[in-house]
Design a binder for this molecule. Sequence first.
Ligand SMILES: [Fe+2]
Ligand SMILES: [Fe+2]
Length: 495
Amino acid sequence: MMEGTQSAVQPKKATRKMSEGMGPELSKLANNLVTKFHVLMRISQIYDSKNVALHQFIQESLQTINTLIESEGGLSLKIVKDDFFLNEQRLRYSVEGFTSFKYLLTQWKKRLIGEVIFKSPVDERILKEFIYILIHLDEGREENAALFNEQLASRNIASVAVNPLEVAEGEEEAFTLQREDQREVGKKVFFETIGTIKEVITQIKSKQYADVRKLKRLAQKAVHLVIEDESILLGMTTIKNYDEYTFNHSVNVSIYSLAIGKRLGFSKKPLTELGITALLHDIGKSKIPREVLNKPASLDEEEWGMMKRHPLMGVEIVLNLKQLGEINPRMVIGIFDHHLKSDLSGYPKLFQKKEMSLFGRIIQIADSYDAMTTPRIYKKIPYTPEQALALLLRERTVHYDPILLKIFIGLVGIYPIGSLVLLNTREMGIVYKPDHDPKWLERPTVILVARGEKGDVKKEVVDLKETDGVGHYKRSIVKTLDPYQYHIDIAKYFL
Ligand SMILES: [Fe+2]
Ligand SMILES: [Fe+2]
């Protein structure tokens, strides 16, 4: 989310408070560090400590570790619940870093190690000893941290120390929210798709063509998930904190479009086509210079002209794809249409009147909603889901398909997934899953949020349809709140 004013590198002891923000430089180094630890743990389980490949990788890792120690005056990597904190600043993992992040979190937790501290720069011997002691710890043994420190001391290593994993009081109950398999699959599909879109765009930039088969496979998986339980992927659309807007945006638009398509009764094949089209809807933007795409000020006429060409450039790119067989006219027209608007006041300008295609109309709604609810460089505080829906509704007859819009609102609910709401019990909740039955639109399932010392924590998942036994609802929504005002990172609750 937006914490633009934080300085990139903070001296270690200046603040003891856990902080949410980390500058982009430090964030990069921190992600790099997590990846290095991940790979180190993996290869040390395969090779013995004298192996050449290991030696090389140790050298690379030392550079990352020591750079961090030198610039920060020390390094502490600590697990707090399901997050890593580097020198007390929460680490936001990048898309590429997700696997490493997950691996390290699980492996350290299994061994009940909660924090690793490097006090001063280390050398190859120390790092090797550290890694080998770590991987040989028994899982679930409570004394692991103490044993670890003893072993380090017996090898005369004073620059490294570890602390046991802290389990916050009541955390077990608070996190009983089942992280079912479906959710894990959802996460994987989501992050893999973002990665693949990124690959496709990079390929197009350099070689003018791209492999879309992988994209198709992922779209098929997403279709499967949406058919089973659309709320999982819809929850993922609250993740808006990546630097790279385009990739994240394409995936979100695809999720919303699939959910609309499902409501329209599409079968798997057209759903997959719709999913791919939505993933590629802004592919034409890969031809627009970054400076224009990320310009904080308003665009001049020439820049606007360029921007308005992206649907057409998208069509051109798609028609040049190597696997043209995967593409059909419906998909191409969908890309062409997505900024046209019902009264044809959008772009590209047409010489002859035509009706907007169904794919185009669906993607247009998904696209507008996601763009409005995402922070951008030129609009740092985005619209809340409620405000965005209101804006869409205001233009429903001239710009959008009113029937599709109605379906979309039914889908995200009056209280879309990820909305922060105030309850009549004075509790705050995050909308987790709307009820399938439209008559319960006002009573979704929510995650209760408590404000603790270390920021917001998840309390429990409650169904607002619950009554107290004498016919009164236990909790009801009073109004929606702006998460930015309360500094709540909504996405965290869906990971
Ligand atoms: Fe677009
Ligand atoms: Fe878009």
